[in-house]
Design a protein around this ligand. Structure first.
Ligand SMILES: [Zn+2]
Length: 104
């Protein structure tokens, strides 16, 4: 399953400690959400901490892959990883995550 493949990429175990991985939730509509199954919005995030070496790298117009490599030690979650964690916490559905983030 895609979720497992994405979870494998999370190297910092603290992100997934105590996270249940056996089930995901499906959106079921009700009166309160006008039968769409979602209420409110949450974000999925990805951010990197900048420092001098990264600033130098950015001057070279690096690819996304090169930036990822240079910031690997920061153990930052990708949007897909952040999103999958939110799916497993029941904050949203896998279908909704798939709709907004490219899960490759
Ligand atoms: Zn509802």
């Amino acid at each position: 399953m895609k979720i497992d493949e994405i979870l494998v990429g999370i190297t910092d175990g603290s992100y997934i400690k105590d996270l249940q991985t056996s089930s995901t939730w499906k959106a079921v509509g009700c009166e309160q959400c006008n039968n769409i199954g979602y209420k409110g919005r949450i974000g999925v995030f990805e951010a990197i901490r900048s420092d001098e070496s990264l600033e130098e790298l950015l001057k070279t117009n690096p690819s996304e892959r090169e930036i990822r490599k240079a910031t690997k030690s920061q153990n930052i979650l990708s949007m897909a990883e952040d999103g999958v964690i939110k799916v497993l916490k029941g904050m949203t559905s896998y279908e909704e995550l798939e709709r907004v983030v490219e899960l490759e």
